[in-house]
Design a protein around this ligand. Structure first.
Ligand SMILES: [Fe+2]
Ligand SMILES: [Fe+2]
Length: 471
């Protein structure tokens, strides 16, 4: 299958037939490229990067790998194919055919959902902007850039929906996506986890494990939407998200692996003495990323989420595999509550608890990588276990927002939290130490000392393949 890199906006939405839309997107494109050059991967425009590019949306369409300059990446608009006669599977419109156009009465809600999702995509590119300077290997550098170009494409996917279906306010929202910036004091990104820094590669691996996994769950619930163009956009984005999470899970695995090797080779409990990242610091990074990601799911009880569900705009994770009436009018779901010093779970309306259910799906899924990382530690004969902190730890939104808990879920005072948080969250000193290990390794096949080599290369290439050429 060949690729036409000259096509201005690659797409499978018949853009050629819609001149007005095509012109609108072509008008947005230069601003996008300018944003990429200013806030995308630092100093990278001349690099040739071994990228995977979608040439079509079927399974084979992913098979295309080549060295590409990132600004020439096929930023395009791809929706998963129409699935016969899809119907809405939940809420008050259950059983009705899906909508190809935005229903007037849900316009504001749909726009808000699309903008909130879309805003995270360029945010993550901004957050990861400087990491290329300190890549632990060419293999890792290539993976970073692959993630970055795909997040850029995810922005395109959401901007397409705004342009195609929301008229003038859609175009304004698309402009605003390039005006808000991660961490900007005046115009920050919408969600707080996307304003945090990603200062080093351990943070990057945690980000792609935890934040991109939040993305998976949000996209999966939007993939259930009765608004079919949104559902189909998200279904295609999910195929890309899988790679991002692979980068995170395998990245942390390789750090844990290397840490254990260094501990055993040097007969020490503290990998720092051997130039590695100690397990305690890895745990602190987990505590941080997991807790800020739990906030991304919103309040435990939310009438907004209930409305989105009833209106057929945003479903649950794998909605059609759930065995219930998909209306939830009388159903109950357990949500956490603080009673005295205890966290207890009490029945609430399942409809209002949609966010909480998605958060629980996410927590369960997050545990899987932990189990794999712990197996590496056990197999190395080391007595240490990485754990997800309790849902009450370090939270900024919902039931646990203004109270303090230990990672084990024990309620403590604000003073005690302040005094002990150095035990649980990365300190300036921890960040400085991890930063001190971040030196670029760009010789093909070589790895930084703090991370093990991957098991295999990308697309069956050897690990010492020249994944990035600097020119
Ligand atoms: Fe994304
Ligand atoms: Fe992602």
């Amino acid at each position: 299958m060949s690729i036409d890199y000259s096509e201005k906006i690659p797409n499978n939405v018949n853009l050629n037939d819609d001149r007005r839309l095509q012109r609108a997107l072509e008008k947005w494109q230069p601003g996008y490229l300018q944003w990429w050059n200013e806030l995308g991967p630092d100093n990278s425009t001349s690099y040739d990067v071994y990228l995977r590019t979608a040439v079509s949306v079927d399974a084979k369409g992913w098979a295309h790998f080549d060295h590409v300059k990132m600004p020439d990446y096929r930023w395009g608009i791809f929706l998963a194919p129409v699935e016969g006669e899809r119907v809405i599977n939940f809420g008050q419109h259950k059983g009705e055919p899906v909508w190809q156009d935005v229903p007037g009465e849900y316009r504001a809600e749909l726009r808000r959902l699309i903008v909130t999702q879309g805003d995270t995509e360029p945010a993550s590119v901004e957050q990861q902007r400087l990491l290329g300077k300190t890549c632990p290997s060419l293999y890792d550098l290539r993976n970073l850039f692959q993630v970055n170009v795909e997040e850029g494409r995810h922005l395109w996917a959401m901007v397409y929906l705004l342009h195609a279906h929301f008229g003038r306010d859609g175009r304004e929202e698309a402009e605003a996506m390039l005006e808000r910036h991660s961490g900007d004091l005046d115009k920050p990104r919408i969600l707080q986890a996307f304003n945090e820094k990603t200062p080093d590669w351990l943070a990057f691996f945690m980000f792609t494990y935890f934040q991109d996994r939040d993305g998976k769950y949000q996209l999966a619930s939007l993939a259930e939407s009765g608004f079919d163009p949104l559902a189909r956009s998200c279904r295609f984005m999910l195929t890309e998200e899988a790679h991002h999470m692979f980068v995170g899970e395998s990245g942390v695995s390789r750090v844990v692996q290397r840490t254990c090797e260094l501990m055993n080779e040097n007969k020490t409990d503290n990998a720092r003495t051997a130039g590695g990242i100690d397990l305690q610091t890895i745990q602190k990074y987990i505590n941080f990323h997991f807790s800020i990601c739990l906030d991304l799911f919103g309040q435990e009880l939310s009438t907004n989420a209930a409305n989105y569900y009833t209106q057929g705009l945003k479903g649950r994770f794998l909605e059609t595999r759930i065995d219930d009436d998909h209306l939830l009018a009388d159903a109950a779901y357990q949500v956490p509550e603080i009673k005295g010093d205890e966290v207890v779970f009490t029945d609430a309306s399942a409809l209002n608890a949609i966010n909480e259910r998605l958060r629980n799906d996410y927590i369960q899924d997050s545990q899987r990588g932990m189990d794999r990382w712990n197996k590496i530690i056990r197999d190395a004969g080391i007595d240490f276990e990485l754990t997800l902190p309790h849902r009450s730890f370090n939270r900024g939104i919902g039931t646990f927002a203004d109270v303090h808990f230990t990672p084990e879920g024990q309620k403590i005072s604000g003073e005690e939290f302040e005094a002990r948080k150095v035990e649980w969250l990365p300190t300036d000193e921890d960040f400085a130490y991890v930063s001190s290990l971040m030196v670029a390794v760009t010789e093909p096949g070589k790895m930084a000392n703090w991370v093990a080599a991957p098991k295999r290369g990308i697309n069956n290439q050897p690990i010492d393949f020249e994944y990035v050429r600097f020119n």
